[in-house]
Design a protein around this ligand. Structure first.
Ligand SMILES: [Fe+2]
Length: 792
């Protein structure tokens, strides 16, 4: 921290000393002027006015209202006896829909129940309707038992739809309120964002970060049920509380209490849960999910909520949560971006957070940067895009710095490209920070590495003139860091597999064949570094395809790297990259030496087979498949769909299976990722279910007593058999059932009462028997000839 401030101080001093004055460059015909400081990190196109057709006129921007308009700050402190009053910073027209979250809902998706018109930037949210007794004496909307209570407080969720210059703008938020004794409503401190859980990793399986924001500086604490209360001790709008000392692999319930330090008023969030990570190396069965590119899509309405496709993202996130994933990785293109306005960029990032928050309350979401996370300084050279360069000062206003401020990610990545051999000035910040956009974390037995393939953005055709990086190019320091992380993982017995995630594919198969890490086989594309002192622009020694190959050689020479997940192309496909796949090797394929490949060889340095799995499927407009000569690996693409969705990865020890689910929950693709590494599916431990059934059957055996016996015995013998049968079943997953039967027979002899045998009885019995025997003999004698006669 101190070091960072010291560096800033040195830079500021350097700027003051080295700058004779700030040089205002007045754009010819443009009213805005741009203050240019000396010692700039890129060569500023002074000859052009500030602006860009693409950024200023073509692209939609979301900061038509201010940042404060999208949160509870947009409401007046004092409402009236019906509710709260919305007061936007500009006199726009539209509607506001509002409602509550049912108390028993697990995901915080509000049920809008009422609407009001926004007229001249003002609207009344009629909260009283949610408590009044209205229908035949019953409270029609009262979910919280407010009706009949004189005072109550709560939180209401809203969606604003503004109609401005023929375009629709949607913003979502929430505001907390209180009903006073006199019946009027007032706005109270509101938790405008979160609480969300972050950094639940096996790097410290006892830890969690809980983050939230309020509409005004507040005190706050996290209450973990059964554990205690934790605070960051600061008065701030943003809170990030790191809690340690929990039990690994354990589910906890938590909520947050925000306190207004001025009034003492508090508001409590709903209660959520999170589960701490398993210890390092634990070979538990778990799942995680990955998707990219959920920026606004076509379809209007909720397909574009302040730059984000709310429909697709929310479906994917809630489906993944229901599918019991432990975390979600989302490396890029969260928002439309491409904006000059910090406020616009922040609003869009906040919109994305708001949309995924119902799930982020419970599980962490690890985000990375894509080309659309692009906050720029722009100059109008008459071209469609204009000259777009990552905004500076880099430490506070770059796309990367603001991204890091808005999210909570691990912080173990490299610092920046400063200090690399091409750093033109070790005393100044020449590159944006990597903090929280490049990082790694372990979960159980796997390591996830998030890289930034869209660092220090600029337009690829312009970097040679102004400096900057091109899309898809991983610069040297980041690449070295990646190699170090993978070297360590290779030696770490607690890690079985490594998954690398970045925004751009190394081997595109659709619309982004023109860039990604490929540029249709044109290796001349590369970053340029500007030296202010020398006023020179220096290209990096390696072109994009050489760099892609180095990147993939690093991945494929580490036996534990199983897959590289990408997005950027708005489709899902998978391809197994081996040393047999034609990928293009500049050293042998650029026959005429112009930097553009004429043929496409396989790369023998790709040692282990590594999957590239593209999941740019969270809702941006789709890209269909290309199968032309610019996709040399086209025959190796194993599955391709443009149906939005996400990849679910099931880790079961060393065995890993990937499932691609569509946004509607259909299972579209299943692949055993580890079979190519000789891992067979683990034999499931036989589930021994012992079912013991006892069947008791009582059988009465009846014995016919013969005359003789009657003569010789005075007892009637009755034998009763009782059988007890015990069956034991052993069930295995192959449904083999084994029964073990024990058979016990119990004979009981029952003595009946003595039968008196009298002389008459004997005579009678002997008489009857003699008669019966005589009768039978007579019958058979009489029957014999007749039988003979019949046979003739
Ligand atoms: Fe992209």
């Amino acid at each position: 921290m101190v070091g960072k401030y010291l560096i800033s101080l040195i830079i500021i001093s350097a700027i003051i000393v080295s700058s004779v004055a700030m040089v205002p460059v007045l754009a010819g015909g443009h009213s805005k002027s741009l203050i240019i400081l000396k010692k700039l990190p890129v060569k500023v196109p002074e000859e052009y006015p500030e602006g860009s057709f693409f950024v200023d006129k073509f692209w939609k921007h979301y900061d038509v209202v201010g940042l404060k308009d999208i949160t509870a700050k947009a409401f007046l402190d004092k409402g009236n006896e019906k509710g709260l009053i919305l007061k936007l910073s500009k006199p726009y027209e539209g509607e506001i829909f509002y409602g509550l979250i049912p108390p028993n809902a697990e995901v915080d998706i509000p049920l809008y129940r009422r609407a009001s018109k926004i007229v001249n930037g003002t609207a009344l949210i009629e909260i009283y309707r949610f408590a009044r007794t209205s229908w035949q004496g019953y409270p029609a909307m009262d979910l919280y038992g407010w009706s009949g209570m004189k005072t109550y407080k709560g939180t209401i969720y809203y969606k604003m739809v503004l109609h401005i210059d023929g375009k629709e703008y949607i913003y979502k938020g929430r505001v907390s309120f209180k009903r006073l004794e006199d019946g009027t409503f007032i706005k109270i401190i509101t938790i405008t964002e979160g609480p969300i859980v972050a950094n639940i990793t096996s790097d410290d399986p006892t830890a969690v970060v809980i983050a939230w924001e309020t509409d005004r500086p507040s005190k706050g604490r996290v209450v973990i049920e059964g554990v205690g209360s934790f605070t960051d001790g600061v008065i701030s709008e943003r809170h990030e509380v790191l809690i340690r000392g929990l039990r690994p692999n354990t589910t906890y319930k938590y909520y947050v209490v925000a306190e207004d330090p001025e009034t003492g008023e508090t508001i409590k969030s709903r209660t959520y849960w999170f589960k701490t990570a398993p210890p390092k190396g634990a070979r538990f069965k778990f799942r995680w999910a990955i998707t990219n590119d959920g920026r606004a899509g076509e379809g209007g309405g909720e397909y574009d909520v302040c730059g984000v496709n709310a429909v697709t993202n929310l479906k994917i996130f809630t489906h993944a949560l229901a599918n019991n994933v432990s975390f979600i990785v989302y490396p890029g293109d969260l928002v439309m971006g491409y904006t000059k306005s910090v406020e616009d960029y922040v609003m869009q990032l906040k919109s994305w957070k708001h949309i995924v928050e119902p799930v982020n309350h419970y599980i962490p979401v690890y985000v990375g940067m894509g080309n659309h996370e692009f906050l720029v300084n722009a100059w109008d050279d008459g071209s469609f895009f204009g000259i777009l360069l990552d905004k500076w000062p880099y430490d506070v206003e770059s796309s990367e710095a603001i991204f890091a401020k808005e999210f909570v990610n691990p912080t173990n990545g490299p610092a920046s490209e400063d200090g690399e051999y091409y750093d033109p000035d070790p005393t100044t910040i020449n590159f944006p920070p990597y903090k929280e956009t490049v990082y790694a974390f372990q979960y159980g037995n796997i390591l996830i590495v998030v890289v930034n393939t869209d660092y220090w953005g600029a337009i690829e055709t312009q970097v040679s003139k102004y400096g900057g990086n091109i899309m898809g190019y991983i610069m040297d320091k980041q690449l070295k860091w990646l190699k170090e992380i993978l070297d360590k993982a290779e030696e770490d017995p607690t890690i079985d597999w490594v998954f690398v995630a970045g925004h751009t594919p190394a081997f595109p198969a659709g619309g982004h064949v023109v860039d990604s890490m490929w540029y249709k086989g044109n290796n001349t594309f590369r970053p340029y570094v500007y030296s202010f002192e020398k006023d020179t622009l220096t290209p990096l020694s390696k072109g994009i395809i050489e760099r892609r190959n180095e990147f993939w050689e690093i991945l494929s020479n580490h036996s534990k790297v199983l897959a590289y997940f990408s997005g950027h192309e708005h489709n899902y496909y998978r391809i197994l990259i081996t040393d047999k796949v034609p990928v293009g090797v500049p050293e042998v394929d650029d026959v005429d030496g112009d930097g553009v490949l004429e043929k496409y060889s396989p790369n023998p340095k790709f040692k282990y087979p590594v999957w590239q799995i593209n999941v740019g499927t969270a809702g941006a407009g789709y890209y269909s498949r290309r199968v032309d000569e610019y996709v040399p690996w086209r025959d190796y693409v194993e599955y391709f769909t443009v149906i939005p969705g996400y990849a679910l990865i099931e880790v079961n020890g060393k065995h890993v299976v990937l499932k691609y689910y569509s946004v509607n929950g259909e299972l579209l693709d299943v692949v055993d990722l580890t079979s190519v590494r000789g891992i067979t599916p683990p034999k499931p431990k036989p589930k021994v279910i012992t079912v013991t059934e006892t069947v008791t059957r009582t059988e009465t055996l009846t014995q016919t007593v013969t005359t003789t016996s009657i003569v010789t015995t005075t007892k009637e013998l009755r034998i009763t058999e009782t059988k007890t049968v015990t069956k034991e079943k052993t069930l295995t997953t192959t449904s083999t059932v084994t029964y073990t039967t024990t058979h016990t027979s119990v004979f009981t002899t029952t003595t009946t009462e003595k039968v008196k045998i009298t002389a008459w009885d004997i005579t009678a019995v002997v008489g009857v028997l003699a008669f019966v025997i005589g009768a039978l003999i007579a019958y058979f004698i009489a029957r014999k000839p007749a039988a003979k006669a019949e046979t003739k």
